[in-house]
Ligand binder design. Structure first.
Ligand code: ZN
Length: 685
């Protein structure tokens, strides 16, 4: 590992932040915190923390000594000076003399001594930073350092690697106790450059930002070299069965359904997945000893709130044996949940019986032959889970190569998992109505498709946009931000539809809601129209809907989580207009299709509903068309667009809101909803 410190860049950071009135100490703190945060082998997703001791003026103009320490919610990779809120140092130091301090008291003292009361909560490791006398303190859960920290012989190994340069600190739950233990370890040998926190991670410190940072790089590099030199050769992994991509999607959807049934109605049923594979993962899963290692516990205690104490290890999945595998997997998920509930009962009794159980679902599922599957409440969450496990995997491989991977035991796992200050890191935002649901929108690059995607994203759903215009759909997905997936797809081509749905399932784990929206409006008098035009209209307005609905239903049945099929039908299905025969007849057939799905799949919990919008500005109703039609009727374009009972133009947003409403109406199927501002001729009867 190389130092990425650049003196010119450090100077630029100082000059840049000086313009905002930020002092040099905090500017350099920000610069080197970002260097640490930018390396995935050191820091991932809000892990690690950094600090600097400096002087600032308070509101009275008095100069006070402060500890600027990482605030909760900030990520080192993107941290700004505000991410290191200033806490008065003296009151923190006085705490050292106390024998006992509850977590609540600790948080309260830290908050009460912030110079800015609106700043985020200082890190749970604030006191550890405060009690070390050095100006700059850096802490990471580096992959290599953790491989050393999780050894039964950690102290002996550290002596071998570092001599007197580093002191070991016994495992203690982060907070007041750990801060005192770390300070004592340091004071026993004040010449040390860093601390190895057993079964946790590594601290380095120095008089300057550069010294603390470069010590981190050097001490971690020494750990890496030790692992490389000492590593025993790994046994050849057992033969892996290669899994064709189509099977993988089937397997994920089945797995997602199993999580839903294991929830027993008590816990969330809908989860999002992030599946990772590759040679390293395959080698890990192909080695029984390594895979079993993961069951011993988390590489660093910080992981436990996202990964739980251990993953669920399933049997290898082989091509063509999915059914038998799925039966065993379903039992294994049920067992995992039951075992977690037992763990909670047992540990909660030990810890005083005051904790509230968290859901018992696994967050990492290991499937030899396929990969590792991260499970989250949304895609971002599932990705974080998979990233953390990949880092943990690297630590486990290192640890087993040089000795034995031995993380914290069950009692410590429980104390960390149910520590209120850890749970607070996950935030307490109320779950959104469609959180954990995957929505596929066809015609995703059009006005209605884009508005619909936005409306579902606002409800917390994961979005997959399908469109034949691959560039436009990619733009819309990007504009949604987050994890929206753009898939180029010709909905009239069954092969293209099948591969698009495979991509969606591989990305999110399944499909819950289909908004079948792509359409075309071809014109011509019905007696004069060519067969080619008429058939083309049926291809897009009827068969394409059938193509996507069939794929969606196949996935929904595999998941056994129910589902919703929503179709953009249009008022033409019930209220034909002249010259629109090709459109109206195909849409009338589509309305019959919707009812057929409602009829045949109600028993699967799959609802099918139709929306009848009219006069929406879109690719099917362009400004020129509006001009022409308004002129024919002798009215202005805006009068034409508001030509309904409510006298208001109907927009793509109105259509999008109606789709969301239909998705949420749990007891409604076979429904036709109008979104046309009121039109007696188009009313359902
Ligand atoms: Zn830590």
């Amino acid at each position: 590992m190389k130092s990425r410190w650049s003196e010119p860049e450090a100077r630029r950071a100082v000059a840049h932040y000086a313009e905002r009135g930020i002092g040099e100490d905090l500017a350099l703190r920000t610069y080197s915190a970002r260097l640490l945060g930018g390396d995935r082998r050191l820091v991932l997703h809000g892990g690690g923390n950094t600090s600097v001791k400096t002087c600032m003026r308070d509101v009275y103009g008095d100069e006070v000594r402060v500890l600027c320490v990482k605030g909760s919610g900030w990520d080192l990779a993107t941290i700004e000076p505000e991410g290191h809120p200033a806490v008065r140092l003296e009151p923190l130091l006085r705490l050292r003399r106390l024998d006992k301090l509850t977590d609540e008291e600790m948080v309260s003292v830290q908050r009460a001594n912030l110079l800015d009361s609106a700043a985020p909560n200082p890190s749970v490791e604030t006191l550890l930073h405060a009690f070390l006398p050095q100006k700059f303190v850096d802490h990471t859960h580096s992959v290599a350092a953790v491989a050393i920290a999780d050894q039964p012989e950690v102290e002996e190994i550290c002596r071998r690697i570092y001599g007197e340069r580093l002191a070991c600190v016994p495992y203690v739950l982060p907070g007041f106790g750990l801060a005192k233990a770390a300070a004592s370890a340091f004071e026993a040998n004040p010449e040390v450059e860093g601390l190895m926190l057993i079964k946790h991670g590594i601290f380095t410190f120095g008089a300057t930002a550069r010294e603390a940072y470069e010590r981190m790089i050097e001490l971690v590099t020494l750990a890496e070299s030790y692992i490389a030199v000492t590593a025993r050769p790994r046994p050849k992994p057992r033969e892996q069965s290669r899994h064709p991509a189509t099977d993988e999607a089937e397997l994920l959807a089945a797995l997602r359904g199993m999580l839903g049934s294991a929830a027993q109605g008590k816990w969330p049923r809908h989860w999002i997945m992030d599946c990772r594979k590759g040679p390293d993962i395959e080698a890990f899963l192909g080695d029984d000893k390594l895979a079993a290692c993961a069951l011993r516990g988390p590489a660093t205690p910080d992981h436990i709130i996202r990964l739980k104490g251990k993953p669920l290890l399933l049997l290898p999945a082989r091509c063509g044996e999915l059914k038998a595998w799925a039966e065993k997997a379903a039992l294994a998920i049920g067992d995992y949940a039951a075992e977690y509930e037992n763990y909670f009962q047992r540990q909660n009794a030990r810890a005083g019986g005051r904790k509230k159980a968290l859901d018992p679902m696994p967050r990492i599922i290991l499937v030899p032959g396929v990969g590792i599957v991260g499970i989250g409440k949304d895609k971002a969450d599932a990705k974080i889970v998979a990233d953390l496990f990949e880092a943990a995997m690297a630590s486990m491989i290192g640890a087993e190569a040089i000795g034995r991977y031995e993380p914290i035991g069950e009692d410590d796992q429980f104390d960390m998992e149910y520590w209120s200050l850890e749970q607070a890191k996950l935030g307490k935002s109320a779950p959104k109505r469609l959180g954990g649901h995957v929505v596929v929108v066809t015609g995703g690059a059009g006005a209605i498709g884009a508005a619909t995607a936005t409306a579902f994203a606002r409800e917390g759903a994961e979005i997959a946009l399908l469109d034949i215009d691959s560039q436009a759909v990619a733009r819309i997905a990007k504009s949604l931000g987050g994890s929206a997936l753009a898939v180029s797809c010709d909905v009239t081509d069954q092969g293209s539809v099948a591969s698009a749905f495979t991509k969606v399932v591989e990305c999110f784990g399944g499909v819950d809601i289909l908004v079948s929206n792509a359409g075309t409006a071809l014109t011509g008098m019905i007696a004069e129209i060519s067969d080619e035009i008429l058939r083309r209209s049926f291809e897009i307005n009827f068969f394409a809907h059938q193509n996507v609905a069939r794929e969606a239903v196949a996935i929904m049945k595999r998941q056994k989580l129910g589902g919703v099929l929503l179709f953009n039908v249009s008022k033409q299905a019930v209220n034909p207009g002249p010259n629109f025969g090709a459109y109206g007849t195909s849409k009338a057939a589509l309305l019959a299709l919707v009812r057929q799905y409602a009829l045949e799949h109600g028993a699967d919990g799959i609802r099918a509903n139709a929306l009848n919008p009219d006069r929406i500005r879109s690719g099917l109703l362009t400004p020129q068309m509006i001009q022409q039609r308004a002129a024919t009727r002798g009215v202005s374009p805006s009068e034409y667009m508001a030509g309904n009972l409510l006298r208001e133009e109907v927009t793509a947003q109105d259509v999008a809101d109606a789709f969301v409403a239909q998705a949420l109406m749990q007891k409604t199927t076979g429904d036709v909803m109008t979104v046309d501002g009121g039109n007696v001729a188009a009313m359902m009867r």
